[in-house]
Write a protein that binds this ligand. Structure first.
Ligand SMILES: *Cc1c(COP(=O)(O)O)cnc(C)c1O
Length: 399
């Protein structure tokens, strides 16, 4: 007998679609040439690469020569920020604005730049997990070279007013980068219309393969190499292109963009059912804005619970979920995202992220509601912290 397995961790990664897999197969067998080779096998791969670049550009609303293929979201974030920072420095501008709840690919790159003498301002994301264009405008100075604000947060799913922030940056002549890894394939993107100068995406968050992504950089922004090597990607990213992965990503992206509205309405209806069900658990709170939220994201804090124990018990019952971010699991620090929206440490420790996909069913959502409710009750009954709360020896933080 196989145990049922319900995958509710699509913000960590997604299952590859059969469209993506089928699109990749020929590039692992027949058409395996190196796109830099001059012979016909290489040229066939080069043509496929050029075609993929054009199709990705069409999905984002830019031109093919503004697309750089990378090894994923992290590399794209690194290269975008380092490029904009060094470009600014050459003009004497060394101030960067970002937010406290970015992905570590952004935050750790900013830390590195601080050691090189850049000054970084991290904006408050407020209790609802949303940065305001006004806050961005107020933080911009004459030395500001870059604003980098994520499109949608990977833990709490909040969607930022990207077009408005982009407009503020454009008006003040500051470059604007967005880590759109959680947004691409799930929300409509048009970089020109949304005033985006640079954007990062990763294929494995929309049913494409792992280890491949894109950096979009508007024409005229000089890129700094993060990977030195051959003349691939206009000399801006050395290394033989991962042709099968790039083709798979392109197929997955087109698929996602074609079905974006249907998927969003289906998935957000399930999300709202799940949110409604979990809200009935006493002393629980939804993290992040209820409306400006990714279609597939649910994130709660439960008082008196350890997130890790919750995950283990849920896994026992066939539910794959996440607490905090996958990148910080294994560390004892609570999620920097939950701290950024003002959750106290002990509450941040009791968090649960369930992230849905188009394949999630209503039956799975019902099972998740019942199972999480049961598991939270079980854990609380075993917890001395909970006993003190119930007996009035300590006070509830979540009413
Ligand atoms: C997953 C993720 C990344 C990292 O992308 P990789 O392809 O895994 O390197 C960066 N930013 C956000 C918001 C993400 O969700």
């Amino acid at each position: 007998m196989t145990m049922r397995s319900i995958y509710l961790d699509n913000a960590a990664t997604t299952k590859m679609s059969s469209t993506a897999i089928q699109a990749m197969l020929p590039y692992m067998s027949e058409t395996y040439g190196n796109p830099s080779s001059l012979h016909s096998a290489g040229q066939r791969a080069a043509e496929a690469l050029a075609d993929a670049r054009k199709r990705v550009a069409d999905c984002l609303g830019c031109s093919p020569n503004e697309i750089t293929f990378t090894s994923g979201g992290s590399e794209a974030d690194n290269q975008a920020i380092i490029s904009a920072a060094y470009f600014g420095k050459r003009k004497g501008k060394t101030h960067i604005i970002s937010t406290a709840f970015e992905h570590h690919a952004v935050l750790h790159t900013l830390k590195k730049l601080e050691k090189e003498g850049f000054e970084v301002t991290l904006l408050d994301v407020h209790e609802n997990g949303i940065v305001t264009p006004e806050d961005v405008a107020a933080a911009i100075r004459s030395e500001t070279c870059l604003v980098t604000v994520m499109y949608a947060n990977n833990e709490i799913g909040t969607i930022q007013p990207i077009k408005e922030i982009g407009q503020v940056c454009r008006d003040k002549g500051v470059l604007f980068h967005t880590d759109a890894v959680q947004a691409v394939g799930h929300l409509h993107i048009d970089v020109k219309d949304q005033n985006i100068d640079m954007l990062s995406l990763a294929a494995h968050k929309f049913h494409g393969p792992k280890g491949v992504g894109v950096l979009y950089a508007k024409r005229g922004i000089p890129l700094t190499n993060v990977i030195e090597g051959g003349a691939q990607e206009r000399g801006k990213r050395g290394g033989t292109e991962n042709v099968p992965a790039i083709i798979g990503m392109t197929a997955a992206l087109e698929d996602a963009c074609r079905n974006i509205d249907t998927n969003a309405s289906k998935v957000s209806a399930l999300r709202d059912k799940l949110i409604c069900g979990l809200s009935k658990i006493p002393h629980s709170v939804l993290n992040g804005d209820a409306v400006h939220r990714l279609p597939g994201n649910v994130n709660f804090c439960f008082e008196g619970i350890e997130g890790e124990s919750l995950l283990l018990l849920l896994d026992d019952k066939g539910i794959c979920a996440s607490s905090g971010s996958a990148c910080t699991s294994g560390s004892l620090d609570p999620s920097h995202v939950l701290l950024a929206i003002g959750r106290p440490h002990e509450i941040a420790h009791g968090s649960l992220r369930l992230s849905l996909s188009e394949e999630t069913t209503e039956e799975e959502v019902d099972y998740a509601i019942n199972t999480v409710t049961d598991v939270v009750t079980t854990l609380r009954n075993m917890s001395p912290v909970w006993r003190d709360l119930v007996n009035g020896k300590s006070e509830f933080v979540i009413k």
